[in-house]
Design a protein around this ligand. Structure first.
Ligand SMILES: [Zn+2]
Length: 333
C-alpha cells in the first residue's frame, strides 16, 4: 500500500453529514480516500490491483479496501468511479475491455456490503467534475478534460453540468477516426485517436519506426528502441531532442489529438481544455508536460478557424482527479 500526500484543504461546500469514502478503479490501481466533512482528506492511498487476474480479483480488492476504510472512518456515503462504459442511471458498469467485465451492479454490491448510500460514475467524467470544482478548470463553467493514458478519453462540463449523453457514452474522443486507413484500434476500428496517441500506441509505433530505421523488426520488448526501459514519456523526450523516429511518431500523435480536440471544440465550445490522465502525470513528473501542452495548443490553434482557441492547461490535481471526483459524487448523493 502506498500512501499519497493529501491535497491541501479543499475550498467549496462541505458535506453537512460527515466523511465520505472515495474509490476509483484506475487501470491497475485502486485509488481510495476518505474526504472529511471539513473538505480535507483524512486518508489517501493507492493500492495495486492486477487486471490480468480478471474482474473478480479487482472487485474483491475494491470491496476489501472499501470495507477496511469504512470500518476505520465510518463514512456516511461512498462514491465509486470506474472506467469503460458506465450507466450512471441504472448503476451498471456496462463494459470494460481492459477489466473484462459486463453489466456489473457495482454500486449495489458496495451499498449492500457497506450499509451506506453509494454514488456511481465514470472515471473521466468524475475527474472532469473535480477539475471543474477544484483543479485546472476552476472558474470555468465549460471545460473539456482530455485524459491521456493507455487509452484516450475525454469528458465535458458544459454550463456547469457534466455531459453524460443520450446513451451515457459522451466523451469517447479516443475512438474518433482521424486516419481511416490508420492502425487498428482495440475497439475494432482503424485510425482512431487512441491507435495513434495512447501510451501503448506511442511505444508500439516508436518501436516500429526504430526497427525500420535500424533494419530490425521492432515490436518485441525493447526491440527497435535501443533500450528496453523506454516508455512513452521517453519517446516524447526523444522527440523534443530531435530524434527522427520519435519526432515522426510524436508528430502523428499530436496531429491525431489536435484533430480530435478541434472537432470537440467546434461542437462543444469549451472555455478551457484540461490535459489530464495518468500519462499527463507521468509527463509532469518527467518535466515534459508544459512542452506537451504547448505542442497541442499550437496544433489546435492551426486547425481552428471560427472559434477562438480555448486555453489548454495541465491538470493541477496530480493523479488525484478521479478519486476526488468520486468523493464529489458521494457528497452529491
Ligand atoms: Zn477505436
Amino acid at each position: 500500500m502506498t500512501r499519497l500526500p493529501g491535497l491541501p484543504r479543499l475550498p467549496g461546500p462541505t458535506c453537512d453529514h460527515g466523511d465520505v469514502l472515495a474509490l476509483e478503479i484506475a487501470g491497475d490501481r485502486i485509488e481510495a480516500g476518505v474526504l472529511g466533512a471539513d473538505g480535507a482528506w483524512r486518508h489517501r492511498e493507492s493500492r495495486p490491483s492486477d487486471s490480468a487476474l480478471g474482474s473478480d480479483s479487482i472487485i474483491d480488492a475494491l470491496v476489501d479496501c472499501a470495507t477496511e476504510l469504512s470500518r476505520r472512518y465510518t463514512p456516511v456515503a461512498a462514491g465509486v468511479a470506474v472506467p469503460g462504459i458506465v450507466d450512471e442511471r441504472t448503476g451498471l458498469a456496462v463494459f470494460s475491455a481492459h477489466l473484462r467485465w459486463r453489466d456489473l451492479p457495482l454500486p449495489r454490491w458496495l451499498a449492500d456490503e457497506l450499509g451506506i448510500p453509494v454514488a456511481f460514475g465514470h472515471d473521466v467524467r468524475a475527474a472532469a467534475l473535480a477539475e471543474a470544482q477544484f483543479g485546472a478548470g476552476q472558474g470555468s463553467r465549460s471545460l473539456l478534460l482530455l485524459s491521456l493514458g493507455a487509452g484516450v478519453a475525454s469528458a465535458a462540463v458544459l454550463d456547469g453540468r457534466i455531459l453524460v449523453g443520450g446513451q451515457g457514452r459522451a466523451g469517447e474522443l479516443g475512438h474518433l477516426v482521424v486516419q481511416p486507413d490508420g492502425p487498428s484500434c482495440p475497439c475494432g476500428g482503424r485510425g482512431c485517436v487512441e491507435s495513434l496517441a495512447s501510451t501503448t500506441a506511442l511505444l508500439a509505433r516508436y518501436r516500429e519506426a526504430r526497427g525500420a530505421a535500424d533494419g530490425t523488426t521492432g515490436g518485441a520488448a525493447g526491440g527497435g528502441t535501443g533500450d528496453a526501459a523506454v516508455d512513452a514519456a521517453e519517446v516524447v523526450r526523444r522527440a523534443h531532442d530531435g530524434e527522427p523516429a520519435a519526432v515522426a511518431v510524436w508528430r502523428q500523435a499530436v496531429a491525431a489529438l489536435a484533430d480530435a480536440l478541434c472537432a470537440a471544440v467546434v461542437v462543444l465550445d469549451p472555455k478551457r481544455v484540461v490535459l489530464g490522465g495518468h500519462f499527463a502525470e507521468t509527463l509532469r513528473v518527467a518535466d515534459l508536460l508544459p512542452q506537451v501542452c504547448a505542442d497541442l495548443s499550437a496544433a489546435l490553434a492551426e486547425r481552428l478557424t471560427v472559434q477562438a482557441p480555448p486555453a489548454l492547461v495541465p491538470t493541477t490535481l496530480h493523479g488525484q482527479a478521479g478519486c476526488l471526483g468520486a468523493a464529489l459524487l458521494a457528497r452529491r448523493g
